[in-house]
Design a protein around this ligand. Structure first.
Ligand SMILES: [Fe+2]
Ligand SMILES: [Fe+2]
Length: 381
């Protein structure tokens, strides 16, 4: 077997290496995929896959209660073999339908657990009917356990970083006039945009989830901004604004410290986190900071976060302004699309207006600010 020596974060190459090894032993396994389960929300989400050819399913999530056949496997802690997927022709479930459309004929599904709690499912799929005989399933048992271990190991590391990120966010928000609900909303808007762009941008599910996890940290550098500027009620003068702008570089320093402390500098998605913090005030026309990057020079994660962040700032109450209607906020973004904001990201959020409204209503501010005039408001510091 080829040694697997990637970082615990880099789950996809590990899964692909395992898949290659597995194919030497069992020909015909065309796809291995994992979906993760979140017990808090009952959500099951595609996470990583190794697929020969087009993947039938990405950026897909469902509630486990809506997929009773998987729920049953999870409860009974048993795998399932389907010899002929065509019995699912006309199925209401997108998962089975997509598999069939792409020519898959048989499958083997295994639930896996973390400390006894359902953590997700592994799917082994084949274009050959009845591939998963007793002897094949016997061999797959070991592979299944190995993949589950790799995933759980990666998740533990992810949770460690997640905990560090949450502590850092809380510290930031001790002083930051923006509310915690702002972070809840803007990170979800960022996820909506990323998912919408997934088709054209070729983002992986992993990227989308990391972006969701990291986007609340965009302003972490504000901890290093003096109160007289951070908490100032009126407009900042030029000198104050220059100081405020340093929050992106200060934040990048803090992020590098966190990653260094956790030994995660080489974590492939660390760059996503760094870019979100460093680049969320760059503008498409080069008028942003800190470096005046142009268009596609600005990493996509930062272009997404810029739109999500400003949309939320506009649609919420701040000490110096009332909340704009979503329509007004979209108008503002639209007017500046192609200049300040990435056109595709603005379009993606507009296309998700209904979902965005759901998020806005689900995470209201805690009445921290009174209603004030929107006059003189400059939304993007
Ligand atoms: Fe910022
Ligand atoms: Fe923000």
């Amino acid at each position: 077997m080829t040694p697997i020596s990637c970082s615990p974060w880099d789950v996809k190459p590990q899964l692909e290496a395992l898949h290659r090894n597995l194919l030497r032993e069992i020909a015909g396994i065309d796809r291995i995929a994992a979906a993760l389960y979140d017990p808090k929300t009952d959500a099951l989400k595609t996470f990583v896959h190794s697929t020969d050819g087009e993947s039938p399913l990405a950026h897909y999530d469902a509630l486990l209660e809506d997929v009773p056949s998987l729920g049953e496997l999870a409860r009974e802690r048993r795998p399932r073999v389907i010899d002929d997927l065509s019995v699912f022709a006309g199925s209401v479930h997108e998962h089975s339908r997509r598999l069939l459309e792409l020519g898959y004929r048989s499958s083997y599904t295994v639930p896996f657990y973390d400390n006894g709690i359902l953590a997700g499912f592994l799917f082994f799929d084949s274009r050959s009917p009845a591939l998963f005989t007793t002897s094949v399933v016997e061999k797959l048992r070991v592979y299944g356990q190995l993949i589950a271990l790799i995933l759980l190991h990666g998740l533990t590391s992810l949770r460690t970083l997640g905990a560090a990120v949450r502590v850092a966010s809380r510290v930031t928000h001790e002083r930051d006039p923006e509310t915690g609900a702002h972070l809840d909303r803007m990170s979800r808007y960022a996820r909506l945009i990323a998912r919408r762009l997934s088709g054209s941008g070729g983002f992986t599910d992993e990227f989308v989830e990391y972006l969701f996890l990291f986007s609340p940290l965009h302003d972490i550098g504000k901890v290093a901004i003096p109160d007289r500027i951070l908490l100032k009620k009126g407009r900042l003068d030029d000198e104050e604004f220059e100081l405020m702008k340093t929050h992106v570089l200060k934040g990048t320093g803090i992020v590098d410290d966190i990653l260094g402390e956790l030994g995660l500098e080489s974590f492939p998605n660390a760059l996503v986190l760094r870019n979100v913090v460093l680049r969320h005030h760059e503008a498409i026309d080069g008028s942003g900071y800190p470096d005046g990057l142009l268009g596609n020079e600005i990493p996509i994660e930062a272009r997404i976060v810029a739109v999500a962040d400003v949309f939320d700032a506009l649609t919420s109450v701040r000490p110096y302004k009332e909340a704009w209607s979503p329509g007004d906020a979209f108008g503002y973004l639209h007017d500046r699309a192609g200049a300040q904001f990435d056109r595709e990201c603005v379009r993606a959020l507009e296309a998700e207006a209904v979902a965005a409204e759901g998020i806005r209503l689900r995470f209201p501010d805690e009445g921290r600010w009174g209603r004030q005039s929107r006059e003189g408001y400059t939304p993007d510091l």
